[in-house]
Design a protein around this ligand. Structure first.
Ligand code: CA
Ligand code: CA
Ligand code: CA
Length: 241
């Protein structure tokens, strides 16, 4: 585990920091557009399309409905918009996830990721097609085709279901949605942070020297295995929680 250094700040510094944080928070609220936007989209431009049987291609890095729009992947939830030429935008959540998806409060919808399993759950909203359910564990789990996030390859897999559009295929061998293009080794969700969540997956990814990697995301020196040399490189870029 990384060494954590805790600096206890003098009282006067805390007061000043608190004031600055309060001020910045106020400014952020004042300039925030509708919904939170935590980061720019982090979808790979060459892996941005998924196929739906009834609406055709969905574009996860689209500049639509507004310039700069696309999907933002965090390790445990999604945010932003998918654009589908035939049916318009699909909203995955406002960025304040993980989302409650409270049926009594429709504004709490959004797509989550179970960080332990990668399985997705929660709902997206399409302006012309209504809800898309990303929790397909009950119908697809038996064949391991539930909608899910593959942490080892920073891509989506499985199938989501829209009551008005049928299946959305996240599992095609060629046309799938992935994060990128320049994800650091070990950076789950390609969010630019190597934090404790990324760190927590490393032990299960270790194969040992010259043993073929099943989780290539952690092969930092690109020699085909995940061993202690990769771990050393991973530690060097650790940015904290
Ligand atoms: Ca990360
Ligand atoms: Ca090696
Ligand atoms: Ca390696």
């Amino acid at each position: 585990m990384p060494q954590l250094h805790i600096w206890i700040k003098p009282r006067a510094v805390i007061d000043e920091l608190d004031m600055k944080i309060a001020l910045l928070s106020t400014i952020a609220i004042l300039i925030a557009p509708t919904g939170l936007r935590l980061a720019p989209p982090n979808i790979d431009p060459i892996h941005k399309f998924a196929w739906s049987e009834n609406i055709g291609w969905t574009n996860w890095l689209s500049d639509a409905p507004n310039p700069g729009d696309g999907v933002i992947v965090s390790p445990d939830f999604l945010a932003g918009f998918i654009w589908a030429e035939n049916i318009g935008w699909i909203n995955l959540g406002n960025g304040g996830g993980p989302y409650d998806n409270d049926p009594q409060a429709s504004s709490t919808f959004g797509v989550n990721i179970n960080f332990l399993t990668g399985d997705m759950f929660g709902k997206a909203w399409g302006e012309n097609i209504g809800w898309i359910n990303f929790d397909t564990r009950a119908t697809q789990g038996a064949t391991s085709q539930q909608a899910r996030f593959d942490y080892c390859e920073n891509r989506f897999r499985g199938y989501a279901w829209g009551e008005n559009i049928g299946w959305v295929n996240l599992d095609d061998a060629m046309n799938f949605v992935a994060m990128g293009p320049n994800c650091q080794p070990g950076d789950i969700a390609c969010d630019g942070l190597i934090g404790l969540l990324d760190y927590s997956k490393f032990p299960a990814a270790i194969t040992g020297p010259d043993q073929s990697a099943s989780c290539p995301l952690y092969d930092a020196n690109s020699d085909g295995d995940v061993d202690l040399r990769d771990f050393a490189e991973f530690q060097a870029v650790f940015t904290g929680p």
